[in-house]
Write a protein that binds this ligand. Structure first.
Ligand SMILES: NC(=O)C1=CN([C@@H]2O[C@H](COP(=O)(O)OP(=O)(O)OC[C@H]3O[C@@H](n4cnc5c(N)ncnc54)[C@H](OP(=O)(O)O)[C@@H]3O)[C@@H](O)[C@H]2O)C=CC1
Ligand SMILES: O=C(O)[C@@H]1CCC=N1
Length: 269
């Protein structure tokens, strides 16, 4: 069985550990590193997974998943450089960081796969997007695909598309949560009790997502089916257009893409 070490078990690292366990991996096949002992002890207690240092992770694990913030990558690379070997595959989850950064800082020929996952991984519904670095072979991509397919959907894209992917699906769940939060506020504005507003909006979101996933219909067709002539929905759509919501989304996602590019540039040679 492949042993996987998660370097930096924060929000996404923990989601990965939790998702892999729910997907059938055994705690003894997983390892993690963490900066603070208290956090490490908490995770070990909860998941039964062992906390280790970086040399132990490199010696025992086949796959090293880097899940620290991009701003924290330098010390991790310094720790990894002397201990990684040809049996390790590096999988980077870090927004913006190119595979070339790892290839430059780590010994020759270490295979690197860049992945942009998202937090629905916690419930087995991640969208993970993977790209091969210079030394990653088809078997490395296949291994990463196999691991991540236990926690959601996986597709491959050229690495040049990863900043856009980060802005769309990496950050994407946050936009939906923001929308849900705003719609619940609207329910409060209209005088509904909070628990009722929450139930209505969350089930509407779940139902809309299921229709998108299961009918194969275009979102425009699905929206048109809700929008009756001279009815209620078109009045709401007119206000969304008047307030520039579509333009705001385009600008927001472009800004997220730009930030991903900037995080990468901060680590250029
Ligand atoms: N959150 C998300 O939805 C997604 C995040 N990502 C990417 O995943 C990465 C992690 O993001 P996220 O989980 O949100 O961030 P977090 O800050 O929650 O997680 C990072 C974790 O790494 C720990 N850490 C930092 N440096 C080290 C180190 N040297 N050794 C061991 N552990 C260390 C941090 O500890 P401490 O708390 O002490 O700093 C923290 O627990 C980022 O690169 C991000 O771009 C990708 C897709 C989605
Ligand atoms: O906000 C971030 O930078 C990370 C990357 C994608 C989602 N969260």
């Amino acid at each position: 069985m492949t042993t996987i070490a998660v370097l930096g078990a924060g929000k996404i690292g923990e989601a990965l550990l939790s998702g892999l366990l729910s997907g059938g991996r055994q705690p003894e096949d997983l390892l993690f590193t963490e900066r603070y002992e208290e956090r490490a002890a908490e995770l070990t207690k909860h998941y039964g997974v062992r906390a280790v240092d970086v040399p132990t992770a490199a010696a025992e694990a086949d796959v090293l998943v880097v899940a620290v913030k991009p701003q924290d990558i330098d010390p991790v690379l310094d720790e990894l450089a002397p201990v990684v070997n040809e049996r390790n595959l590096i999988v980077s989850l870090c927004a913006g960081l190119p595979t070339s950064l790892y290839e430059r800082k780590l010994p020759d020929s270490i295979p690197v796969v860049r992945v942009m996952p998202n937090t629905p991984m916690l419930v087995g519904q991640a969208m993970s997007v993977i790209s091969a670095g210079r030394h990653a072979q088809p078997q490395h991509l296949a291994l990463v695909e196999e691991l991540l397919s236990t926690v959601g959907e996986v597709i491959r894209v050229p690495e040049s598309q990863q900043d856009a992917v980060t802005a769309l699906s990496g950050s994407g769940p946050a936009y939906f949560f923001y929308l849900v939060e705003a719609m619940i506020d609207a329910g409060i504005l209209l005088g509904l009790p909070r628990n009722v507003a929450e139930k209505l909006i969350i089930q509407s979101a779940v139902g809309a997502a299921a229709m998108l996933a299961e009918t194969g219909e275009h979102p425009v067709t699905l929206r048109e089916a809700v929008t009756s002539p001279a009815g209620t929905t078109i009045m709401a759509i007119r206000e969304l257009e008047r307030h520039g919501v579509r333009a705001a989304l385009l600008a927001a996602i472009e800004a997220a893409r730009d930030r991903s590019q900037e995080l990468g540039k901060a680590h250029e040679a």
